[in-house]
Ligand binder design. Structure first.
Ligand code: HEC
Length: 264
């Protein structure tokens, strides 16, 4: 250590030790930083089958994922009055909460699988059965989202029963019909707009094609973190300035969008 009694040499010596100390501190903290690299090997666990099942709950257009069960029109009528009618009306006709579920379809639509009232110059207000093209979507939606104020509260059989009644109200089935995992696929062939699915229009276009129609990348896709782009202004403006269409509820109550189309 510093043994000199001469002041300047002593100060120099002390300062030397201080620099040395600081250097060692830096080095050692570097070593420590390297050493405390977190070991994550003990963390987490494989997802349990019931957890996977809770996530993997979708019912696809080819009916993959449709659980076994059944519900009759009769059971559905009671359930409808108890759990659906106050928002959708006793006949699925109400537009108090959302568009009517029923209305605007004809026997000819059911025969052709294409709803005539969907024509661009039509004055008929759109109903759910006028537009939906896949019956699995109805089943999936009711199970995961309805009743609106108590989603996922319906049993599997109640989902079947409520839809059995909806199809009865739509004149697609008779009063003694029982909807089940076996009979639901048959309703697909009766859906008034079953041939109405279109991918011809999107929010925007990519290389001249609608952006809903791009092939999904399944391998050798983005390496590293993908860059999320903000939606280009010209696409945001596609339905006009939202501020002029002020909504009373929801997250975006009429965002102001630039009126001049900007480059993405
Ligand atoms: C508290 C009010 C409320 C109740 C009760 C309710 N719904 Fe709904 N329902 C809504 C609202 C609001 C929407 C629109 C939700 C949305 O678009 O996110 C909707 C949407 C739907 C749709 C899809 C409509 C479309 O065109 O997208 C179906 C089908 C439906 N409900 C069926 C049912 C059934 C069956 C029941 C009873 C088991 C039920 N609902 C109970 C409020 C309700």
């Amino acid at each position: 250590m510093c043994k000199s009694i001469e002041m300047t040499r002593l100060i120099r010596c002390v300062m030397g030790w201080m620099v040395m100390g600081a250097l060692m501190l830096t080095l050692s903290s570097r070593v420590v930083a390297q050493e405390i690299k977190p070991d994550l090997s003990g963390l987490g666990r494989a997802a349990r089958p019931n957890e996977l099942a809770a996530w993997n709950a979708d019912v696809r257009a080819d009916f993959q994922g449709l659980p076994p069960g059944q519900g009759s029109v009769k059971e559905g009528e009671l359930l409808w009055e108890q759990k659906c009618a106050r928002c959708h009306g006793s006949f699925g006709e109400s537009h108090s909460h959302t568009n009517p579920l029923l209305g605007g379809i004809t026997p000819d639509d059911v025969k052709k699988g294409r709803v005539a009232a969907q024509a661009p110059d039509s004055k008929v207000p759109v109903s759910t059965l006028m537009k939906v093209a896949t019956v699995s979507t109805l089943w999936d939606f009711v199970r995961r989202a309805m009743p609106w104020d108590a989603p996922k509260s319906l049993s599997t059989n109640e989902v079947y029963a409520s839809l059995a009644y909806l199809f009865y109200l739509a004149d697609l089935v008779e009063a003694d019909f029982v909807l089940s995992d076996k009979t639901l696929p048959k309703i697909q062939n009766l859906l008034p707009n079953r041939f109405g699915m279109t991918l011809d229009h999107g929010l925007g276009s990519v290389n001249g094609k609608p952006d809903v129609n791009q092939p999904a990348c399944m391998k050798d896709c983005v390496v590293g973190e993908p860059k999320v782009k903000v939606m280009p202004t010209r696409m945001k403006q596609i339905h006009g300035n939202l501020e002029d269409q002020m909504r009373d509820f929801g997250a975006f109550r009429g965002v102001t969008l630039e009126t001049k189309a900007a480059k993405p």
